[in-house]
Design a protein around this ligand. Structure first.
Ligand code: GLA
Length: 326
């Protein structure tokens, strides 16, 4: 019996660089994700686009590239008490890497769910998200927050997840059906490993006034965004998104000229709200448009990207492998 797991990527609608100081975030899980069809084995044997990972069931062994995330997740789960049962399977993704859509968080969630299932080990979703967050740091040394992993696990179709990253209290905010959510890829690849991400966190913790101002105003913008959705006033989102982008550019200094230009181009092409999304230093912007105008935003900016939907978070689906092969 093999089982298929799928973990989605995420787009954060508001609340950037607020998670690791216990602030508010408002992500959606999206229809793009990573999947893994796996069976229990003695070791962890995974393959993705010809690249193999071969580790002991507790995650020990030599790991390179994406295997570092797999190893770190298995090690975190071993620390949490998971029995060392391995898996063999194939990882497939329609979620791009380095586009700022939470691909490493999705990979961690995916592997964690598969490893928990084969060992019949259960953690509450947010406990699992925290283990994956620790795995990110263990794997590549990036001191990221819980945003990506929580969104990938707890996302809900048609809604955004409002999460207080300090208390972990959360609720879902229904999104209007008549707004298209666009992700425009700047083409500037990013990896938080080696970017200014860790510097920004250190500067914030040292009390840098610009960084602190960004976090305080950004938390307020999450509240304003939720209020605008709840009173059906999407027109109010244009200025909130603009203020968020300016704050990320000027106070937090994580935008790039390429991202700034793409935000301006999207607004000129008919989007009514746009800002960079994710960690910055490249990656994507998120824009809101009338559904009828969405194709135009891509055509007129010439940017590649996706119209994304708020999708459900990671859900295991059982498949019968014999029937699969027939
Ligand atoms: C990356 C990190 C998240 C979060 C965002 C910025 O995506 O993985 O934890 O800090 O950047 O909001």
């Amino acid at each position: 019996m093999s089982t298929t797991f799928r973990a989605p990527g995420r787009v954060n609608l508001m609340g950037e660089h607020t998670d690791y100081s216990g602030g508010l975030v408002l992500p959606i899980a999206i229809q793009l994700g990573i999947s893994l069809t796996a069976e229990p084995r003695e070791r962890i044997l995974l393959v993705s686009r010809g690249r193999r990972v071969d580790l002991a069931a507790d995650g020990t062994g030599k790991a390179h590239g994406w295997g570092r995330y797999v190893a770190a997740v298995a090690q975190e789960l071993a620390d949490a008490g998971r029995e060392p049962v391995g898996i063999e399977g194939r990882v497939e993704a329609d979620l791009p890497q380095g586009a700022g859509l939470g691909s490493s968080g999705a990979l961690e969630v995916l592997v964690a769910l598969a490893l928990c299932a084969v060992a019949r080990f259960e953690l509450e979703p947010l406990e699992l998200a925290l283990a994956c967050q620790r795995a990110e740091r263990r794997a590549v040394g990036v001191p990221s927050g819980i945003l990506d992993q929580a969104a990938s696990l707890l996302g809900r179709a048609g809604s955004a997840l409002l999460l207080d990253c300090g208390s972990l209290e959360h609720r879902w905010v229904p999104l209007p059906a008549d707004v298209a959510i666009l992700v425009l890829d700047s083409g500037q690849r990013h990896a938080h490993e080696g970017s200014g991400y860790a510097d920004r966190r250190r500067e914030l913790e040292a009390g840098d006034p610009g960084r602190v101002r960004h976090v305080e105003t950004e938390n307020e913008r999450v509240r304003e965004t939720v209020a605008a959705f709840e009173r059906g006033d999407v027109a109010a989102l244009g200025s909130i998104f603009a203020a968020s982008h300016a704050s990320l550019r000027d106070d937090y200094e994580v935008s790039t000229p390429t991202l700034d230009a793409l935000v301006a181009a999207a607004l000129e092409a008919g989007a009514f709200a746009a800002r960079m999304t994710g960690g910055g230093f490249g990656g994507s912007i998120v824009a809101l448009a009338q559904p009828a105008g969405a194709a135009d935003v891509f055509a007129r900016t010439g940017a590649k990207g996706w119209i994304v939907r708020a999708a459900d978070g990671a859900i295991p689906r059982r498949t019968d492998s014999t029937r699969d092969r027939a």
